[in-house]
Design a protein around this ligand. Structure first.
Ligand SMILES: Nc1ncnc2c1ncn2[C@@H]1O[C@H](COP(=O)(O)OP(=O)(O)OP(=O)(O)O)[C@@H](O)[C@H]1O
Ligand SMILES: [Mg+2]
Length: 256
């Protein structure tokens, strides 16, 4: 057994799908890129998984581009019932879908949500029902301020939802993206130091990510991206698989 599959080998099959979301009200921070890496990463690394990508962005960057990879283990789910007429998420239908079992297979099911910029947590109560919320951020001031604001909005949502959900709210993991240097990474971490959330490993800026949604011959760009970013993808997929093992809400920023 190779090291990729062994990272999942000791895991029991979960009764319900594992659902994670890539979200930030700020645009262009890497939500879709990371959702792509996570979903293709799990589908390729773990032969006993089924991955469902749900794109909540009406622009459908992720779903349009990833449909070509659909097979028995990876699907892109489009369902207009996931949206209200306004384009906001239909929380009731999403929560039902996340809780639904997967009766025809013993394979572990993963649901990866990509969400659009501008989505307010107050209209996205399904967030509280996810197993982890990944919040990509990049290093520019505008991105940092918007992300800080988004974290506060998530906190407000969780305290409003307290009586509606069993157990603690899902872990929130900041994913520093498009980082140029270790110094920049440290600077970014300082901006968030007072927030009781998890802080992920840095994903460095690299031109290959700009070509993530391109369908070139033999999917050379995506294959190259998956190869080049393999250590990061291994880390991220393991985190998704083991989201329930993260320590309870950290008291202060917790570097993973
Ligand atoms: N680590 C990286 N290095 C270089 N470019 C990156 C990196 N991560 C993402 N990008 C690029 O940044 C741009 C924005 O990324 P992406 O579309 O994933 O962001 P998003 O948060 O989904 O945006 P939107 O809010 O518009 O949906 C894309 O062109 C993408 O290729
Ligand atoms: Mg996007």
């Amino acid at each position: 057994m190779n090291s990729e599959s062994s990272q999942f080998a000791d895991q029991p099959t979960l009764a319900k799908p594992r659902s994670v979301v890539f979200a930030n009200s700020k645009g262009g921070v890497g939500k879709s890129t990371l959702a792509l890496m996570a979903s293709l990463g799990i589908a390729t690394l773990h032969p006993n998984s089924r991955v469902e990508l749900i794109d909540l962005d009406v622009q459908k960057t992720s779903s349009d581009s990833l449909r070509r990879f659909e097979n028995s283990r990876f699907s892109v789910l489009e369902n207009e019932d996931f949206f209200l007429n306004s384009g906001s998420p239909n929380n009731g239908n999403l929560i039902n879908h996340m809780g639904s079992d997967f009766p025809y297979s013993n394979n572990q099911k993963y649901i990866i949500f990509d969400s659009p910029a501008g989505n307010e947590p107050s209209r996205s109560t399904f967030l509280s029902h996810c197993d982890a919320i990944f919040v990509p951020t990049s290093v520019g001031d505008a991105d940092v301020f918007a992300t800080l604001h988004y974290l506060n909005e998530l906190k407000t949502l969780f305290s409003r939802q307290k009586s509606n959900i069993d157990g603690p709210p899902p872990p929130v993991v900041l994913l520093p993206n498009m980082v140029d240097s270790r110094e920049e990474f440290n600077e970014l971490r300082n901006h968030f130091s007072s927030h009781a959330v998890f802080f992920g490993k840095p994903l460095y800026y690299a031109p290959i990510f700009r070509r993530a949604f391109r369908s070139d011959e033999n999917d050379t760009s995506v294959a190259k991206l998956l190869r080049q970013a393999k250590p990061y993808i291994d880390w991220l997929t393991k985190l998704i698989r083991r989201a329930d093992e993260l320590p309870q809400k950290p008291k202060k920023l917790f570097q993973l």
